[in-house]
Design a protein around this ligand. Sequence first.
Ligand code: PLP
Length: 460
Amino acid sequence: MVDWIADYIDGPGERPVFPKVNPGDIRAQLPEHPPAIPESFADVMADMERIIVPGLTQWQHPDFFAWYPSNITYPSILGELMSSGLGINAMAWVTSPAATELETLMLDWMQELLGLPDRFHSTSDTGGGVIQGTASESTLTAMLAARWRATDGAINASGDTTKLVGYTTSESHSSIEKGFRIAGIGTDNMRVVPHDEHFAMRPDAFATMIESDLAAGLVPFFVVAAHGTTSSMAFDPTPAIAEIAHAHGMWVHVDAAMSGIAALTPEHRWVNAGLDVADSYTTNPHKWMGINFDCNLFWTADRAALISALSILPPYLASEAAQSGAAIDYRDWGIPLGRRFRALKLWFSLRTDGVAPVQEMIRSHVDLTQQLAARVTADDRFDIVAPHPLNLLCIARRSDSIEQANADTDALTEAANAAGIGLFTRTVLDGRSVMRISIGARATTSTHVAAMWERLTEIV
Ligand code: PLP
């Protein structure tokens, strides 16, 4: 299987980037009932080749320009394999001391490598970090800590959270609204702050909304600033947002799931602007750093609020090490009790590859995006509709009417996907249909991008 995986990674462009299948096609090829007797490993692998892999979207394909990157490295695959083979549960220090301590160390290494503020380091007075499964979990976790802080911990069966209101923009990720629902704040108490022409939150509008909520007797408690929105990679102005939010005792969470990893390259460290005043921060090595899914990093500068919100201590989970404060129990730093040994993926990658190959990949993706932007700019049939500082380009067709432009852009995205020119995602920015071109597969080179653009311009 390891050889099979190595071959698969070496030939990322051999299969269509999106499978030619209809819903139900895959299941229809598989037996309806479990086998009565065990089958051979070879038979399972044969079906893997024949049915499963041809039914996959090829995220490692050089023509994969959809959603966001999900690239992988050999050491992270081996770290994952090791984690599966060990079969431990990293829920508390006492359930696997080395898993907890390696996780803390990896968060500290990443804090250093990304150039994050010292207040997130495990040895800081009030901060620290944890590896979670996804950015969605991190947002919810941050919201629960903020809710705890805003209510002085009075969250119980009769606790009243009905006056709490939180803020974000229409451009932030859907997981933010989901978090508001799960945390019991509710979508009605989620304010959508207007954004500017670059799709970034307007601090003046944010301040006005807070004033009107205060006047209505509500309690502003939480704001999410995005450093790289999913639709257009907009960067909210966190320093200005935090200044307003902190004047009202609010929690500032920064979601950089897709783009924060750019800070591994010093020239892109501007993506960290404002983190020195953020209460929590999240970014995904499982998107743009080659650490296979799942590996989400979450830091907070207020671990006491986080732990108070999430810690429940039945006797069977108590340990002298954690009670004394000498050890961390990461079960108190997230939603689930059981936890995977994810730190191994980072440790294997950082030790055997280091960050140089990742830096090279990030620089290459940013360069390719800027080269493509130059080509698009030179073609008067297209507009670039959002800033493109990193590896996402949002383009749209030009026309006399917005309706026609939208129809043309959507038709182009559909035709490009159908023709297998690549895999692209549609989005909508302020009523304008947009074709997103996200350059993030490890195998994508200038040849692929040039060929993609040439073919796109042929079918316009
Ligand atoms: N936030 C942003 C900005 C994202 O781009 C994404 C992914 O699309 C998410 C959150 C959700 O990420 P996850 O799948 O890790 O929950």
